[in-house]
Design a protein. Sequence first.
Length: 100
Amino acid sequence: MHQKIIYIHTKAPSKPQISTSCNGCGICCLAELCPYGMLRFLRIKGPCPALEWETEHNRYVCGFLKHAKNPALRWWIKRSIAAEKGCDSTASIENIAHCS
């Protein structure tokens, strides 16, 4: 089993079950880059620098998708992150430690 440490906002929602709606937990993007992120940042390992925290909604959002103006680019980003398809992250959270 491959393990890594990721840092999650303390107010982030818990990871949803596979195939259920995305709730903005951010675990997928904190753990690895999507295909678009790999191309944009020219690297294959995460976390994604484009991931943004929305304080007003207490959730993470894709900065690429949030700020994309071009419809074709928006389509490609949505496809690359499987937007609106439900959670597809197989990452599991085993230990959560809160730092002060």
